[in-house]
Design a protein around this ligand. Structure first.
Ligand SMILES: Cc1ncc(COP(=O)(O)O)c(C=O)c1O
Length: 327
């Protein structure tokens, strides 16, 4: 069964080699799939997932989207802007205090007219299902028809985003004349890695997908990737052999915690910007790219002439952390 889909991302995104950085490291050529170019304010991986998720909300004749995340959630920002574009009302359940600076993604959420509900971290962490249920109840009381999107749009619907992206990647690889054996992405809620993992199998790409964890440990992501794909199988009666799936997670690069990066990650962000004009963020792509460089130096990807990093966006998360750069 094929899912409904909207055409929201600027596709195909470019696949570009990082020639200077790769030469400096002396190993395989690092290619970047520029999913930070899926749109200007719609930059990043979420818009690929939301093409399917919001199409489903339309198919169910909903008029209000409820979703959740951190104060600087890229997913919430992309959802808020797409809701404005498509004429949905948007409610964001956010983890963090109301006196947080109006910066980065949060500024764009507000600009897009989202109804923002803030909750202190502990309350959010322990009561998210109730907070979402309350938003649903409030919508219904107002005569609205709500559709709830889970964290990061990572579920059996959202995984289609990166399953479909693998068709694009297959064509990119043919066009560039490369056969990369490794594809690396940041893993936050697991849906991108889940989609890529299924997508390479479905589109005949002979590569291992690696998620670099930015928050939870490898065991968490192994479970999460599988459960998103099980949900996908149940919803769409797909036949992929999930038992043969090898979910590879690198969880040594989380650093001080979610949205907290070490000084080395900020150095890597600076180096990628200066050497390649590639702008990474401290929450997801900077951490993951830093992990990739470390693993590369340790020889993990030596069996391939080319490796691919998925740049999943996140640029607006850079600005609220400007103080972490040493000027
Ligand atoms: C910029 C960026 N990169 C990577 C990720 C991780 O993707 P996923 O949540 O699908 O694991 C996210 C969201 O969590 C993100 O916003």
């Amino acid at each position: 069964m094929l899912p409904p889909r909207l055409n929201l991302a600027q596709r195909p995104t470019p696949l570009q080699p990082l020639e200077r950085l790769s030469a400096r490291l002396g190993g395989p050529t690092i290619w970047v799939k520029r999913d930070d170019l899926t749109g200007s304010v719609l930059s990043g991986n979420k818009v690929r997932k939301l093409e399917f998720t919001l199409a489903q909300a339309q198919a169910e004749r909903c008029d209000t989207i409820i979703t959740c995340g951190g104060l600087q959630s890229n997913h919430c920002r992309a959802t808020a802007l797409l809701c404005a574009q498509l004429g949905f009302h948007c409610i964001l359940v956010l983890r963090g205090e109301t006196d947080a600076p109006f910066d980065g993604n949060l500024l764009l959420d507000w600009l897009a007219g989202a109804e923002i509900r803030h909750f202190p971290v502990a309350r959010y962490q322990h009561h998210l299902p109730e907070l979402l249920a309350q938003a649903v109840t409030d919508c219904r009381a107002r005569g609205q028809r709500p559709f709830v999107i889970p964290t990061g749009a990572s579920d059996g619907i959202g995984v289609w985003g990166y399953i479909a992206a693998c068709e694009e990647l297959r064509d990119d690889f043919i066009g560039a004349g490369i056969s990369p054996r490794h594809i690396i992405c940041a893993s936050g809620s697991g849906g991108t890695q889940a989609g890529l993992s299924a997508g390479v199998m479905l589109h005949g790409i002979d590569a291992t997908v690696w998620g670099v964890a930015v928050c939870d440990d490898a065991a968490y992501f192994q479970r999460k990737v599988r459960s998103d794909l099980e949900d996908w199988q149940k919803r769409y009666q797909t036949t992929l052999d999930l038992d043969s799936l090898n979910v590879r997670v690198l969880d040594s690069y989380i650093g001080p915690g979610y949205a907290k990066a070490s000084a080395q990650v900020f150095e890597t962000i600076g180096e990628a910007a200066r050497l390649e004009g590639l702008v990474l963020d401290p929450v997801y792509t900077g951490k993951a790219f830093h992990g990739l460089l470390k693993e590369l130096q340790a020889g993990r990807f030596d069996d391939s002439n080319d490796i691919v990093f998925i740049h999943t966006g996140g640029v607006f998360g850079l600005f609220p952390q400007r103080d972490q750069f040493i000027y």
